[in-house]
Design a protein around this ligand. Structure first.
Ligand SMILES: *Cc1c(COP(=O)(O)O)cnc(C)c1O
Length: 757
């Protein structure tokens, strides 16, 4: 551990008597000798901001006789302590003045030093010691072990073969890599043959300590680090409990990794259908889809569940929490409803790992504290890398046992190991450890700041929109509540909105969300998931005269270096994460205002999207508004949103389990079939258009008259791609051929012959 990386802020100024000035100078010299970096400051008012922007500051040493009023020093010390509970705060004073120091200062500090009495070596020694303690307290169990190991052991004789990076230096190509990633990254790329650091596969040593620390931090009973993303977390969870022909109840709005989980476990899925609103935004599953009665109906209606199987338990349920658009369930209620008739519950919280760290989410996440213990074991999956801070693929799996059953670690670990490499990536483990430590130490503050900033942006958007509307002009909207307790949303103070959960719980009768039959106190909108709306459809789904498809806005933003998280037909999603700065907010707002200008002026596509003109001559001579008009009219003419709605509403008939459909792929009993020939065929793989990322068909479901809506919808997408070159849709399960200059969709379908064997 390098102490120079943990500077001490010394707040003092020039107006000193000679003696004190000299002593202070000597003290600073001594600190430097002890390897402490000193940052001098003469401004007491700025110390909170400085410490907030430079989080490696290990302590603040304040000269109480500096040229500032006692009141301002007191105020700064109290503010500093409030904002940074663990930071070292030291006061330099004279012994004679000790009695007049206010108790608030005494209470808020970690140490007093008497310039006229203590020796310089004593003061520097104490400070160094406390700084070291503080520095060490910032390392989680595994990261600390890793840093110490890397500091001590330079000569490796074990894998990875590059041996701490040395191997890379044997060629220019490798040297370029070494120089880019740096010595520490490569030296910390260790292997499981380092016993000091414990084992990920056995959850022992510092790695095991780190997982236990994560378990406390995220309020689980057991936590496992998983290095291959939540895609693998989901598969491990299912693998651990679900076996051949087990019944499962799955949110149709689930990530494709869950569909794969069904394939590898050979499960028989029944689906819970999410709502959608007129904008096409996917809503939550209705509570009525989660009741035991509905499950009984689903069982008896399922073509793949036989008469004899009707009495079988539902082994696993899975819900996406929150949805992509930030809608989270009242988990305590879900646990009562689903928990009374399924054996294990799974909440896929890939985008929601921070929920534990702010009261606004209380009750709305899988590991939430709950007095009711009468529930089956609950699993959650977190993509730590998605919204916390970890290397990509760093994820966590949490388990909360109820009174009904406790997951047995050794049994569970079989499933864990089935999906784990025996060569785990140590820097990634370190990043999970650090992520946990960050949330443990600062998660509440970080979340609160982030929520406040997100609310500020939401309110700004409303104000700008209202200003334009007053002038009879258009602007982008925000998909969010329009008021809180009778007051306009943008007039409520940020703090009120950040502190009151009920400001974000969807009111059944509110118009803005567009969902029908909402339950009371059941769904929460996460303030940090920002859905921007573009003109084009009314809340009831009727198309307006003019419209701005969100895909065009997203492209425009992309050209300005702003990447949206997800783009729907008339809305797009931005995430306000810990990494979002005020500067980024400003850039986004100005880009949106520029879009408006370019749209209103119908700026030539040659200026706005030069690449698009290279793609096709179709766009020659068009302006930005022309392009929006053309696309909007396409959507309108083809009744796109309604057709999409229909395609997702009716589940196609299952003819076999997803696993059996995949088996046909393995047996090579499949062939690519063009969409136009796909009626009455059975895709062997799922078809998932992005967005919204919900399967319109799962492998093994048949495209027949009952599911004609899916055919119609895919046909519109194909036509869209042919009408707007350069705007290819992203559809899992669909490949493309160009036939006579036209795009034709094709999908792997099961050959009719061997079926039914
Ligand atoms: C992204 C995502 C996953 C997969 O997570 P990775 O960490 O990318 O593997 C699973 N479920 C949901 C809901 C997701 O959004």
């Amino acid at each position: 551990m390098n102490l120079t990386e943990w500077p001490l802020l010394v707040v003092a100024d020039h107006h000193k008597d000679e003696f004190e000035k000299e002593r202070l100078g000597e003290l600073i010299q001594q600190l430097k000798k002890d390897n402490i970096t000193v940052i001098p400051s003469i401004n007491i008012e700025h110390i909170v901001d400085l410490c907030a922007s430079q989080r490696d500051i290990s302590g603040v040493l304040i000269d109480i006789n500096m040229n500032a009023s006692r009141a301002s020093i007191l105020e700064a010390v109290v503010a500093l302590r409030k904002r940074f509970p663990r930071l070292n705060i030291f006061i330099l004073a004279e012994k004679s003045s000790a009695e007049e120091l206010p108790t608030e200062i005494l209470e808020s500090t970690n140490g007093f030093y008497w310039l006229d009495d203590d020796t310089v070596t004593f003061m520097a020694g104490r400070l160094s010691h406390l700084i070291k303690e503080y520095a060490e307290s910032n390392y989680g169990p595994f990261f600390k072990g890793l840093v110490n190991y890397v500091d001590e052991f330079k000569y490796a004789w074990h894998t990875p073969g590059h041996m701490g990076g040395e191997g890379f230096k044997k060629s220019p190509a490798g040297t370029a890599f070494y120089n880019f990633f740096g010595e520490n990254t490569l030296r910390s790329d260790l292997s499981i043959s380092v016993p000091d650091l414990g084992s990920l596969l056995d959850h022992s040593g510092p790695i095991g300590d780190s997982e236990k620390f994560a378990s406390d931090t995220f309020n689980s009973d057991q936590t496992y680090y998983i290095l291959n993303g939540t895609s693998t977390v989901n598969q491990v969870i299912w693998r651990s409990q679900v076996s051949r022909d087990d019944l499962a109840l799955v949110d149709r709005n689930c990530h494709k990794s869950l569909n794969y989980a069904m394939v590898i476990t050979n499960a028989k899925p029944m689906y819970m259908m999410p709502r959608r609103n007129a904008l096409g935004i996917i809503g939550p599953v209705k509570m009525s889809e989660m009741t035991e009665m509905t499950s009984l109906h689903k069982k008896s209606a399922s073509p793949i569940i036989s008469e004899e199987e009707l009495g079988k338990d539902i082994v696993m349920s899975a819900l996406t929490n929150s949805t992509y658009d930030g809608l989270a369930y009242n988990v305590r209620k879900v646990k009562k409803e689903l928990g009374n008739h399924v054996n294990y519950m799974h909440f896929d919280e890939a985008w929601y790992a921070y929920a534990r760290f702010h009261p606004i989410y209380d009750g709305f996440y899988g590991m939430t504290p709950d007095e009711n213990k009468e529930h089956p074991p609950v699993f959650t999956s977190h993509s730590t890398h998605k919204l916390l801070n970890a290397f990509s693929q760093g994820s966590m799996l949490h388990i909360k046992n109820g009174d009904k059953e406790a997951i047995v670690p050794d049994e569970f670990n079989e499933a864990y190991m089935m999906h784990a490499s025996t060569s785990p990536n140590y820097p990634m483990i370190a990043s999970l450890d650090v992520s946990t430590k960050m949330m443990h130490d600062n998660g509440v503050q970080m979340s609160h700041d982030n929520i406040l900033d997100a609310i500020e942006l939401r309110q700004k958007m409303v104000r700008i929109q209202k200003e334009f509307l007053q002038k009879g002009e258009w602007f982008f909207g925000m998909w969010q509540p329009t008021e809180y307790k009778g007051e306009a949303f943008e007039s409520v103070t940020k703090d009120t909105l950040a502190e009151n959960q009920d400001a974000w719980v969807l009111q059944p009768n509110a118009k803005w969300h567009g969902f029908e039959d909402l339950e009371e106190d059941f769904i929460l909108l996460d303030p940090i998931k920002l859905t921007f709306t573009t003109p084009g459809v009314e809340a009831d789904g009727t198309y307006t005269e003019n419209g701005i498809p969100a895909g065009i806005v997203a492209d425009y933003l992309m050209n300005k270096g702003i990447v949206t998280e997800k783009t729907d037909t008339y809305s797009f999603l931005m995430l306000h994460s810990f990494g979002t700065s005020k500067g980024k907010q400003g850039e986004l707002l100005s880009a949106l205002l520029n879009f408006k200008k370019d749209y209103d002026n119908n700026t030539s596509l040659e200026v706005v999207f030069p690449n698009l003109l290279e793609e096709s001559d179709k766009y020659q001579g068009m302006g930005l508004k022309d392009l929006c008009d053309a696309m909007h009219h396409f959507y309108k003419e083809n009744n796109f949103l309604a057709e999409m709605q229909k395609a997702f509403e009716n589940l196609p008939e299952q003819t076999m389990k997803p696993a059996d459909a995949y088996e046909q792929v393995v047996r090579k009993n499949v062939e690519y079939t063009y969409l136009e020939d796909m009626m009455n065929k059975i895709p062997a793989v799922m078809i998932v258009p992005y967005p919204p990322g919900i399967p319109v068909m799962m492998g093994g479901e048949i495209l027949n008259d009952a599911s004609k809506a899916v055919y119609n919808y895919l046909s519109i997408l194909e036509k869209y791609e042919n009408t707007f070159p350069g705007y290819e849709k992203d559809i899992h399960g669909v490949e493309r051929d160009i036939v006579d200059g036209k795009i034709k969709y094709k999908t792997l379908c099961i050959k009719e012959t061997n079926l039914g064997e």
